[in-house]
Design a protein. Sequence first.
Length: 374
Amino acid sequence: MFNFNSVYRYYYEWWKNIDKTLFILIVLLFSLGLFFSLVSTSLIASDKLDTNNYFFFFKHLIFICIGMIILIFFSSLNEKNLFKFSIYLFFISLFLLFLVQILGAEVKGSRRWLNIFFLPRFQPIELVKPFIIIFIATILCIEKNFNIYFKYLLTFIAIIPVCLLLMMQPDIGQALLVFLSWSILVFISGISLPIILTIIGSSLLSLAYMVFSIAKFGYIKSRIQSFFNPIDGTHIFQPNKAIDAISNGGFFGKGIGEGTLKNKVPEAHTDYIISVISEEFGVVAIVLLLILFLFFIYTVFKKIYVEKNEKIKLVLTGSVCLIIIQALIHIGVNIRLLPTTGMTLPFLSYGGSSIVGISILSGIILNLTKRKVD
């Protein structure tokens, strides 16, 4: 029978022990994402979908509500149950990633999405990313008397199916994100620098060979060529419009609702949200957002510094690095430092998959940074 008092006490203890600074930062970032979703999608809803101006806003609000429930669930789990539950979910999410090749919906030449209940066009990779961090950290911290290089080999074997399935979609950006996160985890766990550099170098060379020699990666090859040779390139419309929007916004922006990028570039509210924000609110708004991200990262690293448990340190470091790398890739694409990847900005970009993924990651971070109760 449901006992309200026990549930109340359980979540009262949860609230008492979580890092409230981190929680407030996460809520603030989600709230800003909701606000920017309103200003970047209202015209799209009315002009293209012939519906009310708040269609995308309410969808984003629903995603965030679901995300907050997920965040509270993962942050309130017992630490042992969190790790155990996450290992199971890693294999389930890996299976869903495999199903993309069989049942996935193809959009613009890429097969990356599954239609799952209330989340049509859900990307399973957003589920895989948080749990693969825990899976890698678990292997690296196995207490049995395994040779450390055998553990490194096991972690490399663990990411191979994920990267291969992503490349089959094809989604090179997410594959690189997973690979770079793995590289950081094995590096901080003690692998020598020459070995990790050799692995990274040989992997990148192999990736470059596949991109430029296999027909399936033709559009990626075209994007890379357009990036290095924009005059003759065919995939420069979106990047050019994004950098123009940032330039037109200047320091203080053109004003709320006055931006034009959201109407010119498809999926601007996901892949180019930084440019949309910069056009309407200026570079000052982007700097303030970056300060929020940096403060969030700094707060987590402060916890990592005093943490004694090696596994928790690895999971927290991997989680934060995942957020950092993804944010840097998104910003790099928006300012034309990197080729177009379709990478969302954590917390701020519109999209159910992205919000669910970052909510799980945030829940894990809040769980492992809680005040320890003796």
